[in-house]
Design a binder for this molecule. Sequence first.
Ligand code: SF4
Length: 271
Amino acid sequence: MRDKTKESEIFNNKSTVYGPVKSWRFGMSLGIDPIFQTSTCSFNCFYCQLGQIQDITDAIKEYVPTERVLEDYKKVNEAEETIDVITYSGSGEPTLASNIGEMITGIRKLSPDTPQYILTNATELYRPEVRECLLDLDCITVKLDAADEKTFQTINRPAEGVTLGRVLMGIKALKQSYKGKLEVQSMFTPLNGKNLQAYADILKDIQPDLVQLNTPKRPYPSEWHRENRGNHHKIFDYKVTELKTLDESAAKDLENFLVKETGLNFLSIYR
Ligand code: SF4
């Protein structure tokens, strides 16, 4: 049986603002969910912590009003003593929200000194208006799980018309105008470890400030639960599927290879 009180207390289940969640890298991270009503993404990654994405789309529109997000933010901000960073993520791809730029500006006015980060799958960065909205962010983390179109389609299972070429074009265009920190986050499984030279070449081309190497240690939920926003623990009973991960030794070999090939900075899930 679900403990409703516990869920809402811990994860602010009825709010577009959730957490703060303790992050080993950033301290207390407060999540902003610009999607909120249902899981909506231009990807349907087979490892997504939200489970099967309910609305697989790359349609940009207003999913939740900016005023609602700012009101939710004010409430949590007043109640919390320590918020080290604000992260846009939540129930899907945050750049699908047409008002993401308004949210960033509004929260900047309320908390000018708190760094703002976004986790994005980069599918919409090919649009100049989306890139423009993100320029004030302190850090943009882009997802990159594949170095070829076939693997991209298998792992990320994108909305129709979304291609790896479009993602890479968007990231490179962003790099030209964005002055903040650009990071790449990659999920490695036995599925995508075969084309490493091509992956290294893409990284060399992008020149991110940091590359995070992950493997899906969290099981795949059978269905969407809003509680899974930023949540690393299962707090009530629902069906999950365990996924194949890269073990520590394989992750170390991968990291060594990529460091040698690219000379970039890496962070591995095992370190
Ligand atoms: S991009 Fe993120 S939210 Fe979208 S399906 Fe993949 S893991 Fe889930």
